[in-house]
Structure formats: structure tokens, C-alpha cells
Design a binder for this molecule. Structure first.
Ligand SMILES: Nc1ncnc2c1ncn2[C@@H]1O[C@H](COP(=O)(O)OP(=O)(O)OP(=O)(O)O)[C@@H](O)[C@H]1O
Ligand SMILES: [Mg+2]
Length: 348
């Protein structure tokens, strides 16, 4: 008979559906009982949820069969039935090893394989478009090596700390924001190395006072390598968006982006094609070969979320700290961001 320690380690291989973290660290495994060659696992879900229970059952059964073990007996109960207090699993008092996660219900990451495709532009303008529709959006600039939020949002003040030494995000355009660029100069950020980077992202989640923020848009650094994988794992992501431009060289990386999120068990919410075309009056000029993003999304069976045109106003807004959705909300480009935000709110 396998020891409880072994079984507990095995259960750590099972991700909580929709999250990168495992069911043990979420604190939903209440007991492991081994009796007469049988294993019984007691699990407590935040509320009664057949579908969730089924997904967890499949995950556990797979982990057991990988080890050549018989399926265990699973017994699910619901936290909500015992207490009137509704708890998010990420913030459950039992959630080890990280009970310091803030009360954020959704983390949405914006990624790209290739740099310079407009990821930060999309992250900022989408956060603004979302916040017009629902309140309490936050924006976290996780691009430790090349933070863009300070310049693109025109912020040159430093954040303050609370009495209990949490960093207060900076609020602008009705959004709470955090960026390493608020704390360090550009020269400081380039020399950052692995462990420091991880520490910073973890701190951005745990040590920033995100009170009042329900949804957080996370602007990731460009790339999909191993360094990114482990960096992204420090954030409990609920969904990922991939930004690409229409050129083949960027499109090749869409596949890597999708694979990265899949590896982390993060649902891919879709692909956005940025710099799709140039509009001149009624005339549409297709500069980079419009439509590749849509084709890629179809090929990998993920939603295509929409196209953003090439617009000098977008670039200007980025350079002078006034994102277009704020400075010119009626422009066709702002409308494109808003349509994408609406689509995302429908599916998410
Ligand atoms: N649709 C657009 N039309 C015109 N300019 C754009 C558009 N999207 C982004 N830009 C400009 O392109 C440049 C790169 O954009 P951005 O910094 O958002 O890309 P990124 O993918 O975040 O880059 P990095 O990989 O460095 O993080 C910026 O100057 C930005 O203003
Ligand atoms: Mg960027």
C-alpha cells in the first residue's frame, strides 16, 4: 500500500481545473484514507459543481493510472453547504502554500511569441475597454525586462506603501496598475536575472494591495521559452490571449504561444491580430497580409477575437501616455478594442 505522503505528492500532479496550481495547494484535499488496500480521498469544493468534480476525478484517475495504481474512491463535499460564507478557492484559508493570494477572481494574460507585435498596446487598451463595461479592472505589467506601462500610461510617480507594507498600485484611467517600471529605472531592469524576476512577479501578486480589483490583465514579456513558463506559473492564470501581427514570422510563434498556455493548463481565450491593415478613408490597405491570425486560430481550434488596424494614433497614444481607448474612444481603432473586449466578456 502506498504511503499517504506518496499519494499526496501524486495528487500534486493534478491541476485544479482552469488553474496552473494543483489541487493540494488549493486546499481542496481534506483527507487521504488508506484501508484494506483501498484509497479513499475526501475533497471539498468551494460549491457543489458536478462538472468540476468530474474534471478533478479524471485528473486524479489519470495520475493514479500513470503509476499503475487502481482508481481511488473519491468523496466530494461542498464548502458552501457548510458555511454561508462563499470562498474563492484561490483564497481559501486552507490554500497552501500560498494563502497570500489577493481576492482577484480572474487573471487574464496577454502573450506573444514574438516581441514588438503590440502586446502591451493591446493589454493596456483592452484593460481600458473592459473597465468601461465592468468595474474593478487592474493591469499588471509582468514584463520585467521591458516594462511599458509607465510610458504608455504616462506615469512617472512612484507607488506608496500601506501601513502593513503592501505596495499601493497606481490608479489612472480608472484602473489600478503595477509595473516594475514604477520602481526601477530602465537601466536597472535590463540586468535582472531569473530568481529575481520570479520574486518580483510573485511580489506583484502577493505584496501589492489589489483590494477592490476583481479582474487583472497581465502583460507578459515576449516569448514562450522555459523561463517564461516558470515565470507565468507564479501567476494563477484563468485565461490567455495571444497577440500576433499578420506576417508569417509572427504567425509561426502563435503555435508556440498556444502550446505554452496548454502546457500550463491555462485556457486559450483566443488570438488577436494587431496591425492587420491600414485604413485610408474608405480604402483598406493590406500591408502585412491580413487574415493570418484568423487562419492560425482556426488551425489550432481556438477563438479568433478580432483585428486591430495599424493606426498612427495608436502609436502616438503609446508614446505620449494616452492610450487611444482613453484619448479617442470613438475612433475605429478604439471600437476594434471594444468589440474584442465585448467578445471576451461573453466567453469568459
Ligand atoms: N495597431 C497599431 N498601430 C500602430 N502602432 C502600433 C499598433 N500596435 C502597437 N503599435 C506600436 O508599436 C510599438 C510596439 O508596441 P508594443 O510595445 O505594444 O509591443 P509589445 O509586443 O508589447 O513589445 P515588446 O515585445 O517590446 O513588449 C509601439 O510603439 C506601439 O505604439
Ligand atoms: Mg510589451
Amino acid at each position: 500500500m502506498e504511503s499517504k505522503e506518496f499519494l499526496s505528492t501524486l495528487l500534486k500532479e493534478v491541476a485544479y481545473p482552469g488553474f496552473t496550481r494543483d489541487i493540494i495547494s488549493f486546499g481542496i484535499v481534506k483527507d487521504i484514507v488508506t484501508e484494506d488496500d483501498k484509497v479513499k480521498i475526501l475533497l471539498e469544493l468551494p460549491k457543489e459543481d458536478q462538472e468540476l468534480a468530474q474534471k478533478i476525478t479524471i485528473g486524479i484517475n489519470n495520475a493514479f493510472s500513470r503509476e499503475g495504481l487502481d482508481y481511488p474512491e473519491l468523496q466530494f463535499s461542498a464548502y458552501q453547504n457548510k458555511s454561508s460564507q462563499v470562498q474563492q478557492p484561490a483564497n481559501s484559508p486552507d490554500s497552501e502554500p500560498n494563502p497570500k493570494l489577493p481576492n482577484i477572481s480572474k487573471y487574464i494574460a496577454i502573450a506573444s511569441g514574438k516581441g514588438g507585435v503590440g502586446k502591451s498596446t493591446v493589454a493596456i487598451n483592452l484593460a481600458l475597454a473592459f473597465s468601461k463595461k465592468i468595474k474593478n479592472f487592474g493591469l499588471m505589467d509582468a514584463d520585467i525586462w521591458g516594462p511599458s506601462v509607465p510610458m504608455m500610461c504616462g506615469i512617472d510617480t512612484k507607488p506608496m506603501a500601506t501601513k502593513d507594507e503592501k505596495i499601493l498600485p497606481i490608479e489612472k484611467f480608472n484602473i489600478k496598475m503595477m509595473s516594475i517600471g514604477f520602481l526601477l529605472s530602465d537601466e536597472d531592469t535590463v540586468i535582472w536575472r531569473g530568481p529575481m524576476v520570479h520574486g518580483a512577479i510573485k511580489q506583484f501578486i502577493e505584496d501589492v494591495e489589489w483590494e477592490g480589483v476583481d479582474n487583472l490583465v497581465v502583460d507578459l514579456p515576449p516569448g514562450t521559452g522555459d523561463a517564461h513558463l516558470s515565470l507565468i506559473q507564479t501567476v494563477p492564470l484563468n485565461g490567455g490571449i495571444i497577440v500576433t501581427t499578420p506576417q508569417d514570422v509572427a504567425l509561426l510563434d502563435v503555435k508556440r504561444g498556444i502550446q505554452m498556455f496548454k502546457k500550463l493548463n491555462v485556457p486559450v481565450l483566443g488570438v488577436i491580430e494587431n496591425m492587420s491593415y491600414l485604413q485610408n478613408g474608405d480604402q483598406i490597405i493590406d500591408i502585412f497580409g491580413r487574415g493570418g491570425g484568423k487562419e492560425m486560430a482556426e488551425k489550432f481550434d481556438v477563438p479568433f477575437l478580432g483585428e486591430i488596424p495599424i493606426d498612427p494614433e495608436i502609436r502616438k497614444g503609446g508614446d505620449n501616455g494616452e492610450p487611444i481607448v482613453f484619448s479617442n474612444p470613438d475612433s475605429p481603432s478604439s471600437k476594434a478594442f471594444e468589440e474584442i473586449a465585448e467578445k471576451l466578456l461573453d466567453i469568459f
